[in-house]
Design a protein around this ligand. Sequence first.
Ligand SMILES: [Zn+2]
Length: 371
Amino acid sequence: MANLTALRDHNTAAVLGRIRAADEISRVELALATGLTAQAISKIVQRLAAEGLIAPAGRVPSAGGKPRTLLRLVPQARWVVGVQLHRHGSTLVLVDLAGRIVDATATRFDPSGATPQQTLDLIAAQVEAVIAELPRERVLGVGVACPGPLDQRTGVLHQVTGLPGWNGIPLRAELAARLGLPVFLDKDTTAGVLSRPGAPDRAFVYLGDGLGAGLVLGGRVQRGARTNAGEFGHQVIDPRGPRCACGNHGCLEALCRAALADGDRGRAADLLGEGIANLVRLLDLAQVVLAGDAVLADPDLFRDRIGAVVRERLPDPGWQQVGVTVTDAGEQVVALGAAGLVLGTLFGESDADGPDAAGLAVQAPAAQYPE
Ligand SMILES: [Zn+2]
């Protein structure tokens, strides 16, 4: 906790972010890249080395002077936990500073069959289990992603579909109190878009229990006025269509689910393609990453058919190139993104003016720091 707070100052995060992005880098290059003075760099590097976060990586000759020492990140110096809480259970990942998953667990349970307090106790126990072997002071925090609507800034859940008992639960504070670690909360789809580096204008489209999208535009994650942007599945495509869980008729989500229930993945993919083509045209996206159980059941079909529909709908597809891919993080993608909520604060991606160099364009997410 003190650890994370101490490292969260702007310049330290910027330097650490550069070291991670560069693999190996000298102090001189760091000064050039960050605009900081040599003295400032020297001080920060000294502090990061003392914390064990960076280490010398060797020396390179420099013109006329003494050889330059290269610096590198020590990925296993700290750890973060990412948690996805969904309607059928939870997925946890333990992630190192380089963003690599080193441990993962998935548990199936029915959160609607327990009280929120019982489920939070269970999640806390799962987090404790995954960090049991680690020195606790090296665990930076826990990122939690779950279905919306929720308030990312206050860490309070709202009317989560299918989980009425969770309305008003201050999940972030409750979990932070149980664990004594900083906790970050965000919507599952917003976490998903932060799971991997990507294009500055991109969407993450998740077809699982529901259908939602996470958005990064101009290198910045987009959460909207109440941090609930991305309710992509509830655009009404056919007002005379089947009733949706949200109460409306003919939402894209309801149509996709009906196609899947009929065993017609091709139709589900084509419908999803129409929705994604609309999104691409509205926002001029360069990249769409697909995820979720339904997509992972037949990734090639979804990628190919959605790519084809998008190309068909765009007026100039040769120029308006859109990369449509399926996530390489499989069922762990949202938990990995949740871990990214914590990592983003360490590497300068919470910088309001900063670029989305690592894909983790986290806008100063509020963490709950336990007393
Ligand atoms: Zn709906």
